[in-house]
Design a protein around this ligand. Structure first.
Ligand SMILES: O=C(O)CCC(=O)C(=O)O
Length: 292
């Protein structure tokens, strides 16, 4: 459970860093399963439904940037999304009824070349009827200042939704010069493997390339209160059974709660680009260096 101070901190600053949430054996199993999944990517020559590849990936020299929607890839990841330690941390922030979003990913950030993620707000990708929406990051490896830690802009979840478009198309990245963001106020989130990060869906965040000798893998799950419904066009709710099957805690509802929240629709969008890395290629001015 979270302390009152931690709950206050989350609401004020927009993020939390919580050490030792996963037990040692769960962490070991998470790493083992991840290595097993990655070993299936050797034969790939292009992105697949499961893997997003680094620009320098080669056949038989796999360079995996991301495992997409891990909860659909291996039952262990599905189970982990409802880990009691995580749910107990989420309940004071999201309430008794919590649904997982259909996305989720493991960003691999391999040693030496792991790609950066440009500054963005998750809310720009998936606005909901209210802002009880957040992402949980589970560190598979120790994260430090050199291996591409998660960078967050405290308090930015209370500010505007920045423009994530370039040349009239949603590119999933903020041009921080054009939008005059004060990147100097960013904080690095560090921690040992097994630590979790939590960031509010409106919080501006990103991360640099990993030029160190240590890999930095984070598994991200995204959660919303059951009464926070995705806005039309963002995610299909035609299959109500599937929608409700993603509840990790509590009961579903047919009554979305509407809140006055800033929204900028991520449209038009190139749906063939299935990962943030591919979408962000369309931004004209990058902040982080990149191998592309
Ligand atoms: O992996 C990271 O450092 C940031 C990931 C992120 O924000 C994303 O993939 O949306």
């Amino acid at each position: 459970m979270l302390t009152k101070e931690q709950i206050k901190y989350y609401h004020e600053e927009g993020y939390l860093l919580l050490p030792d949430i996963l037990e040692a054996e769960t962490l070991l199993e998470l790493r083992r399963v991840t290595e097993e999944v990655v070993s299936q990517a050797k034969e790939l020559t292009k992105h697949s439904d499961v893997f997003d590849l680094e620009p320098t990936h080669e056949l038989n020299k796999p360079r995996i940037r991301r495992i997409k929607r891990p909860h659909l890839v291996h039952p262990f990841y599905k189970k982990l999304a409802s880990h009691r330690g995580i749910i107990e941390v989420l309940m004071p922030l999201l309430g008794e009824d919590i649904r997982m979003r259909p996305a989720g990913k493991i960003n691999m950030k391999s040693a030496g070349f792991g790609s950066p993620v440009e500054w963005h707000q998750d809310w720009a990708f998936y606005p909901h009827t209210n802002e009880n929406v957040l992402a949980v990051g589970i560190l598979l490896d120790d994260m430090n200042t050199d291996n591409g830690p998660l960078l967050v802009l405290p308090y930015s979840h209370k500010g505007p939704i920045y423009d994530h478009h370039d040349n009239g198309v949603f590119c999933g990245a903020i041009d921080v010069v054009r939008e005059e963001l004060n990147i100097g106020s960013a904080r690095e989130l560090w921690g040992r493997a097994g630590t979790i990060t939590i960031h509010h869906a409106r919080l501006v965040h990103g991360s640099a390339a990993n030029h160190s000798n240590e890999q930095r893998r984070i598994l991200f799950y995204e959660y919303a209160s059951a009464d926070a419904w995705p806005l039309a066009g963002i995610e299909s709710v035609e299959d109500l059974e599937e929608f409700n099957s993603r509840l990790v805690q509590g009961k579903p509802t047919l009554q979305p709660r509407l809140e006055e929240v800033p929204v900028r629709m991520p449209l038009p969008i190139d749906r063939s680009k299935d990962s943030i890395y591919e979408k962000q290629k369309a931004v004209s001015r990058r902040y982080f260096d990149n191998d592309d």
